[in-house]
Design a protein. Structure first.
Length: 88
């Protein structure tokens, strides 16, 4: 059964994900991410501590590269993402 994860993302990465230039995320694997899960990203500026709930992106996780491989720390993972359109 797929899960839905909502996490914060910094403005520079939000813009790159929104434009499609960035198609993956490196995350601490503290949520048991799985292929098929939904990833909801919310714009967050760490400098001002401002969270803008109106700026959201939604992706499906297509692949999870677990830590302990290829120089990735054991407790991190790389999530391959496919952006969902507003119609999906």
């Amino acid at each position: 059964m797929s899960k839905s994860h909502t996490v914060k993302v910094w403005p520079i990465y939000f813009e790159r994900l929104e434009s499609g230039k960035k198609t993956c995320e490196v995350r601490k694997n503290d949520r048991d991410y799985q292929a098929g899960d939904m990833l909801n990203l919310v714009w967050y500026d760490p400098a001002t501590k401002k969270l803008d709930e109106s700026k959201r992106l939604q992706f499906v996780i297509t692949h999870v590269l677990s830590g302990g491989n290829y120089g990735i720390d054991d407790d991190y993972c790389v999530l391959s993402l496919r952006k969902l359109s507003d119609r999906e």
